[in-house]
Design a protein around this ligand. Structure first.
Ligand code: HEC
Length: 178
């Protein structure tokens, strides 16, 4: 009986969206503001030298490593800009980034206990204007996107290694400004 109840509980937990609720959306808004404050997003954002990418992130990419303080917690902030369309060149991206920016995908390391199992990363996918992108079901892409799922940020990034990052094996838990 207890086992049956346990299974039913699990089914309910899986049906409820694990991300994209009001709290996640509000948190994502704060993360975007922190990026604007650091000149990592918004009008006149700093540029680095774009490099070729692949699906799902885009044909030209930029990646920035920083840290930010949200609600009194300081954590690593990794920002990826995703440019397109296919065939876009470095010169086109640098010459008119706004015209080629498709999305901004972000990982912010939250406080211990947020989701220890997956390294406490908060995921968000923004459109160039800072609003959140949505999945096909209309759920905002913010929070533990793709956890326990076949697709989505975590479903893929969990294959990147212990730190959930593809570009580096660095321990981002140690990446603080102090
Ligand atoms: C199918 C796999 C896949 C999915 C899904 C995916 N990513 Fe990635 N992501 C990658 C790969 C591969 C890279 C490395 C790209 C590069 O060469 O810079 C990457 C890089 C990143 C980076 C730079 C840090 C790093 O890992 O080195 C961020 C931030 C990021 N992704 C955020 C997201 C977010 C947010 C989502 C969900 C909305 C997402 N990703 C979905 C594969 C994926």
């Amino acid at each position: 009986m207890a086992a049956a109840l346990g299974l039913a509980g699990m089914a309910i937990a899986q049906d409820a969206p694990m991300f994209g609720g009001e709290e996640d959306q509000a948190y994502a808004e704060q993360v975007w503001q922190a990026m604007v404050d650091q000149n990592l997003a918004g009008d006149g954002a700093i540029m680095s030298f774009p490099y070729p990418g692949t699906d799902p992130h885009g044909m030209m990419l930029e990646t920035f490593y920083s840290s930010a303080t949200i609600d009194g917690h300081e954590g690593a902030l990794v920002v990826k800009r995703n440019y397109g369309p296919e065939g876009v060149t470095v010169d086109q991206v640098l010459g008119s980034p706004g015209e080629h920016l498709g999305a901004v995908t972000v990982m912010f390391m939250r406080e211990a206990g947020y989701d220890d199992e997956t390294g406490n990363w908060f995921y968000a996918k923004y459109l160039p204007d800072g609003s959140l992108d949505q999945n096909p079901n209309g759920v905002a892409l913010a929070g533990l996107v793709g956890k326990n799922a076949d697709a989505g940020c975590i479903a893929c990034h969990q294959n990147a290694g212990d730190n959930y990052l593809f570009t580096t094996d660095a321990d981002m838990g140690m990446m603080m400004m102090e």
